[in-house]
Design a protein around this ligand. Structure first.
Ligand code: DSN
Length: 421
């Protein structure tokens, strides 16, 4: 036995148990999901798709990938006749890259000029892969940015429409990493239709909330939906791409959207799919289709709201005044603490958050004005509004009074862990 590695894994398991994880993109996968990740499927190569592989011995690979695809459509109530799903992306970044590869001209011969991808600015809650300059998506394609309103800190659909009309992007992205509010997908659809752009939703952060009916579904409006599988969806690290077979924009461009996405994932971008990851995703999708998950998703939102409410009551400025989802942003700089210092001080007390820019942040990303908090992980542990109120008070005690709350955090953590551990 490799004692060195297992000793480190044991330490990580203890760290997770004894700290409060408030990072909104993290969660706690079930023992079944972890078991599938460590299964024999780790050993198998299966380049291609079910029924058309480049290697032998894939009868069960086909079975597991088909099951995963079926469950992915079912959990979001999507008819197979209208939606196609690819469950092979290794994670969210390659999934987004594959969509652009499939649908947006790259600017190399014979394509002519690079197409425009329009996404939310990184420092206002957008993601690197929505066209940021340091990401391949901002280098290979022409990135156009939109922001949020300075006063309300909410998406300004009038301004988004004006930018779209001026820039004529090929693809518009909605769905973010640090935007706490509901997104009006219908308004985005209208804007995209007006300029003949694809409308893509990256629902990585809130996919579990959509599955559980606690956040609006983007499917009635989007041409393409991407998602990671490990955030609110509570599966293994991985991703999926859903393509709308009835996309009018694809028809206008004479593109078979399902085929284009599949080709972009394999062989365009990736080699063999990670079948162990696909098996684990299939389990997570089963779990997400259960009534208990519906309750979980609604509790995630209630918990985030309870956290935002109590922090506000204690005098902290919550960006946009609250949340409709699993996450919130707290403007700690407004009380004289930098995001970096806040996150370090909290970590010293067993409260794990991430520093984050806030809209129109005058400070740099390495030491921004805010921290980002989320409820998915603590809700998976069984915490409810009462505990979230306590968590807000612990955060306040650390940040306002520099109090040591490590022991209180440990006691709270011990009360909430999954059965059998
Ligand atoms: N890094 C993820 C997040 O924390 O939001 C997004 O990829």
């Amino acid at each position: 036995m490799d004692k060195a590695v297992f000793a480190i894994i044991t330490k990580e398991a203890r760290r997770e148990k004894e700290t409060l994880d408030l990072i909104p993109s993290e969660n706690i996968a079930s023992p079944e999901v972890l078991r599938a990740l460590g299964s024999e499927f780790t050993n198998k190569y299966a380049e291609g798709y079910p029924g058309a592989r480049y290697y032998g011995g894939n009868e069960y690979s086909d079975e597991i990938e088909n099951l995963c695809r079926k469950r992915a459509l079912e959990v979001f109530h999507l008819p197979k006749s209208k939606w196609h799903v690819n469950v092979q992306p290794y994670s969210g970044s390659p999934a987004n890259l594959a969509v652009y590869l499939a649908l947006v001209p790259r600017g190399d011969p014979p394509h002519g000029k690079a197409g425009k991808i329009m996404g939310l600015k990184l420092d206002m809650g957008g993601h690197l892969t929505h066209g940021h300059s340091v990401s391949a998506t901002g280098k290979f394609w022409n990135a156009i940015r939109y922001g949020v309103d300075k006063q309300t800190e909410l998406l300004d659909y009038g301004e988004i429409a004006r930018i779209a009309r001026r820039e004529r992007p090929k693809l518009i992205v909605a769905g973010y990493t640090a935007y706490p509010r509901v997104i009006d997908f219908k308004k985005f659809r209208k804007i995209a239709d007006e300029v003949h752009a694809y409308f893509m939703v990256d629902m990585s952060h809130f996919a579990g909330l959509v599955a559980g009916g606690a956040y609006p579904s983007p499917f009635p409006y989007a041409d393409v939906v991407t998602t990671t599988t490990h955030k609110t969806l509570r599966g293994p690290r991985g991703a999926m791409i859903f393509a709308n077979r009835a996309s009018k924009i694809a028809a206008l461009n004479k593109v078979d959207i399902a085929k284009a996405i599949d080709r972009a994932v394999f062989p365009g971008l990736q080699g063999g799919p990670h079948l162990n990851q696909i098996a684990a995703t299939a389990i997570a999708l089963y779990e997400a289709s259960q009534p208990a998950f519906r309750k979980y998703a609604h509790q995630v939102v209630k918990n985030a709201r309870a956290l935002a409410h109590e922090l506000t009551r204690l005098g902290w400025r919550v960006v946009s005044g609250g949340t409709d989802s699993h996450l919130l942003l707290v403007d700690v700089a407004s009380r004289g603490i930098s995001g970096n210092e806040a996150s370090l001080r909290l970590e010293g007390n067993g409260i794990i958050v991430n520093k984050n820019t806030i809209p129109y942040d005058p400070c740099p990303p390495m030491d921004p004005s805010g921290i980002r908090l989320g409820s998915p992980s603590l809700t998976s542990r069984g915490m409810k509004e009462k505990e979230m109120k306590k968590v807000a008070q612990l955060i306040d005690a650390v940040l306002r009074d520099n109090k040591n709350v490590r022991q209180e955090v440990k006691i709270l953590c011990r009360r909430f862990w999954r059965d059998g551990d």
